[in-house]
Design a binder for this molecule. Structure first.
Ligand SMILES: C[S@@+](CC[C@H](N)C(=O)[O-])C[C@H]1O[C@@H](n2cnc3c(N)ncnc32)[C@H](O)[C@@H]1O
Length: 399
């Protein structure tokens, strides 16, 4: 007789059990991060507007762009205090979750391996042991994550997936308007697509640079029957994401590949999305990725990428403060990425400019259902990026 008993799905996170002291520390780190990145940033801005900028104006040296602001601010005490606090708080975020992840690592690995072998929901995990992770991911501690996304602690490395997941929870705990990594971006874009295009019913979708899959998962609930695929260069996040998806009954197909060279056939997807991704890759790769999106989309398909707002949209001050991460948060491509024009990149990839868009979408959870519906009807604007809204760009492929 075949075994028809229900498959027990292990919870890959069951062993993540911070002690009371560790939880207290995480709370303090979270508050410190918010204090540095929001409160001290506003204090620095006040210093600029009330002291530094007026002094420049009296010398007839109004800042023309973010470089002029940068030159005026980097030796100021307000900037240095902000930077040092923010840098240290960022490091502490990851350190505050490493010990509890490490303690439960053997069981975590075992659970993930069991899930990958049994595939309870029919999802899949396609890893490539010969895959060469690009140096811009493997060669630096991106976002100051010790070991970046890819640290190969042992043969079944999954730790970095758990560190990114739990670290993000600490990162966002004091900033409810920014609940993006927990799936807020995916949920907001999916709800916007569904409400604004009632006839759009994607059969297959792809999240490029899916990480641990969090901003992919919400699409599955919102677009019934969509076949969901997520790819990334880093195996630990894919392992962790796959185990979480199976635990939560979500069928997702994860694969390890680079977004600029994807192995699916032409026209395979109706929907391609990404979040928090393009600013992490070298500029020449950005165009190759969009070329791939154009190739992979079926006629009538849509791509939507959530990213940092480009330099062309913001004033010198805001460009200066967004570009902070380039020199201070191990994101070497950040400023150069932002200097590009997403609309031009989409056109160069073959998308019709008349079918391209760039806009802000409210974070659904922050804005609430009623306000979100007003936004979709054009009766209410979306908040600025990271202030309760997300900047997105994209295009529809001609049908
Ligand atoms: C900031 S994370 C964002 C993850 C996810 N999209 C989210 O919203 O949580 C950036 C991700 O890009 C991945 N990545 C970097 N370069 C890549 C490439 N060329 N192809 C695919 N993934 C890449 C990293 O491994 C990392 O998981």
């Amino acid at each position: 007789m075949p075994d028809t008993s229900p498959v027990m799905i292990a919870d890959v996170d069951a062993t993540y059990q911070p002690t009371q002291n560790e939880r207290l520390r995480q709370g303090i780190v979270s508050a410190l991060r918010k204090f540095a990145s929001a409160d001290l940033r506003l204090e620095m801005q006040r210093d600029y507007e009330t002291r530094v900028q007026p002094a420049l104006l009296t010398k007839n040296a109004a800042p023309k762009d973010w470089r002029d602001v940068d030159a005026a601010m980097t030796s100021e005490a307000s900037y240095r205090f902000y930077s040092v606090m923010r840098y240290n708080a960022q490091e502490m975020v990851w350190h505050s979750v490493q010990d509890p992840v490490e303690r439960g690592l053997p069981q975590m690995i075992e659970a993930a391996e069991r899930i990958a072998a049994t595939r309870p929901t029919g999802g899949s995990l396609r890893l490539n042991p010969d895959f060469e992770v690009p140096r811009y991911v493997a060669g630096i501690d991106v976002h100051l994550i010790p070991g970046s996304y890819d640290w190969p602690g042992n043969g079944s490395h999954i730790a970095q997936g758990a560190v990114v997941s739990h670290g993000a929870a600490v990162f966002y705990a004091s900033m409810p308007n920014l609940r993006g990594i927990g799936g807020g971006v995916g949920e907001s874009i999916a709800r916007w697509l569904k409400a604004s295009r009632p006839d759009f019913k994607p059969r297959r979708m792809l999240d490029i640079a899916t990480g641990i899959g969090r901003n992919l998962f919400p699409y599955i609930g919102i677009f019934a029957d969509v076949e969901a695929h997520g790819l990334d260069v880093a195996a630990p996040g894919l392992r962790y994401g796959h185990a979480i998806a199976e635990r939560d009954g979500l069928t997702v197909h994860f694969s390890q590949q680079s977004a600029d060279r994807i192995d699916y056939p032409d026209g395979h997807f109706d929907l391609i999305v990404s979040s928090f991704f393009f600013h992490e890759v070298p500029v020449k790769t950005t165009q190759q990725i969009l070329n791939e999106c154009h190739r992979l989309l079926a006629p009538g398909g849509i791509m939507v990428h959530m990213e940092l707002p480009p330099e062309k949209m913001l004033d010198p001050w805001d460009n200066f403060r967004w570009n902070w991460d380039t020199a201070n948060n191990n994101e070497p491509n950040y400023t150069l990425y932002r200097s590009q024009d997403p609309a031009k990149l989409c056109a160069a990839a073959g998308f019709d400019p008349a079918r391209a868009f760039e806009m802000h979408i409210p974070n659904y959870e922050t804005f609430g259902a009623a306000n979100f519906a007003k936004f979709v009807r054009g009766e209410m604007p979306a908040p600025a990026h990271a202030m309760g809204g997300w900047y997105v760009f994209g295009a529809e492929k001609a049908g």
